[in-house]
Ligand binder design. Structure first.
Ligand code: GUN
Length: 292
């Protein structure tokens, strides 16, 4: 069993991005600028935003965070989106999800400028991705592709099972892995709450992507001997340690890992490459590479 070291892979890509930023600064150009909108005080969202800000600093990007109260109206949020869309100093922006319940998330995403939508949430960008047109790739799926590619894991012709059909991870990773490309070409099965015989389907996977959002949902009997397992989940689970909790993924790591050829740890697997993919999209936006 080999651990897929997301931290090291992310550090390599970060240094590649930092080199490009240095060249921009040496040429008296502005570095890329990523802005984030955070509505409310969800602790997980606060942690994600702090990690994204830290990563921006590490590679020399400018970053800014627009903090809005839990009671912000949809109208106020739309004004902030319009402001960022028109601000020439901002190359890309994200709206941290989840948004408070009184806000229509799809309407908010549709109001974003697709050229600055570095999360690839806007319907235009999702459509471009599905059609294999030049586009930003959504951060977590792009991070997973980065892990597979940089760990030299063969994907062509493999049976890949994705568990979870969210717009952010499950659905887009199923699209990317089934693309006609040497780095993909998988036969993909997308599983969800209505899937029959889930255990058997998972146990048939050469590559199993766990993105179900349930702690330790994937048990050893759902993993084929020699499978590659990518664990997208990250959860706090209470225990008797000094901290009172441990961080776990969607996979029961201790029992599944011995059966795997490769597995991502949690933390230190998918998380770091997700953030790097966001940086990579922001660099792309700064260079205006996509010719929308
Ligand atoms: N909430 C959970 N994951 C993400 C993400 O990748 N982007 C944004 N904007 N919000 C999230």
């Amino acid at each position: 069993m080999q651990l897929i070291d997301g931290k090291t892979i992310a550090a390599t890509v970060k240094s590649e991005i930092a080199n490009e930023v240095k060249k921009m600064i040496d040429a008296d150009q502005n570095p890329p600028h990523l802005a984030a909108i955070l509505v409310g005080n969800d602790p997980a969202s606060e942690t994600y935003i702090a990690s994204k800000e830290r990563a921006c600093k590490e590679v020399g990007f400018t970053s800014s965070v627009y903090r809005m109260s839990e009671n912000t109206s949809e109208e106020e949020l739309l004004k902030t989106i319009e402001f960022l869309s028109n601000d020439e100093d901002v190359n890309g922006y994200i709206i941290q999800l989840p948004l408070p319940k009184h806000i229509d998330t799809n309407a908010i995403i549709a109001a974003m400028d697709p050229k600055k939508d570095v999360d690839c949430f806007h319907p235009e960008n999702v459509g471009r991705m599905a059609m294999d047109m030049p586009c930003f790739l959504p951060a977590t799926p792009a991070g997973i592709m980065m892990l597979l590619e940089r760990s030299n894991i063969e994907t062509e012709g493999k049976n890949c099972v994705v568990v979870g059909r969210s717009n952010i991870v499950g659905t887009p990773i199923s699209i990317l892995l089934s693309r006609n490309s040497k780095k993909a070409n998988c036969t993909v099965t997308l599983c969800h709450s209505r899937t029959k015989n889930l255990k058997e389907v998972c146990a048939s996977a050469d590559i199993l992507v766990a993105a179900i959002g349930k702690p330790e949902f994937i048990t050893a009997d759902m993993v084929k001997e020699g499978a590659v397992v990518i664990d997208v989940g990250i959860h706090r689970m209470e225990d008797n340690s000094e901290k009172g909790y441990k961080i776990v993924g969607d996979v029961k790591f201790d029992e599944a890992a011995p059966k795997c050829s490769f597995i991502t740890p949690v933390p230190g697997g998918v998380g770091p490459t997700t953030i790097v993919s966001l940086l990579s999209n922001t660099l792309k936006a700064r260079k205006n590479q996509l010719n929308f």
